[in-house]
Design a protein around this ligand. Sequence first.
Ligand code: ACK
Length: 297
Amino acid sequence: ITSLNQHTTMGKYQQQKNIISQQNIQLIEQIGEGEFGTVYKAFWKTKQNELLTVAVKRLNKLEQNFGLDDILKEICVLQDTEHPHIVQFFGIVIQTDGLFMLVTEYAHFRSLYECLLSENAKYEYTIEILLEFLRQITLAMSYLEKKFLIHRDLASRNILVFNKSLVKLSDFGLSRLCCSETNYYKTSWKDTLRLPIAWMSPEAINFLRFTTASDMFSFGVCMWECFTYGQMPWQGMTSAEIVNAIDAPNYQRLPRPPYATTELYQIMLHCWKHEPTDRPTFTQLEKTLREIEIKKV
Ligand code: ACK
């Protein structure tokens, strides 16, 4: 029965249009360790014989309770996600050892987090540029919002910079594939700092209630990262201390970043409302950020 199942699943794979042969991928250099595996810069020889620079994410061992079918479903979601501000997914490589590599477009400037920490960040990435970056992410998120898709790990490390006027959202879909909800819960914030607690809303931490509104909470933390130029939210605090601070009855929030105006800080506080329904939607926020820009002109 197992081999029959495997056979049918593999059959489905072959029907997928986005399978890339390992032979057509040449890894150039390792560019980082992501949460889900190792990331490489690579060349991909396409069917048209073009040589494209791509990012290849070699996934670690997947969650045990995820079968091939689950992976397939997630890959289908990635395939169907097309937006100017979401990193383009080209396909998957199924390695001979059964592990997967995800092939996506390559961002020359790497992650927004890295850019914010760079030596000349404050001159190169002005408030206006950062506002435009954030607005582009609200566009990507309202696209996901309309498709009822949740990101779950919105943070500056998952925003990629293509040039000074273009960012794209990355790693969407991976959190579901590699970190099942039960495991999120089991590993629990008491034991590990790998969980992005400092970006998570109270209801996501306490009840694993991941929604567009919990993505909005994380977006507020992304804004905070931008206007502090890459500071670590709740630096020096343990996960338990963070939860204690943000949850009832304390409702503490991150302080106003030095580079944020009161108006921008008000937006962050709106994203961090305790009640998920009190937070803005991404569509509303896109409009707000657009209007701030207009006022500056
Ligand atoms: O912050 P970074 O320089 O940008 O280091 C991380 C690392 O890989 C692990 O996630 C970088 N990275 C991830 N995806 C891409 C991509 N599509 N293009 C360029 N760099 C990427 C990320």
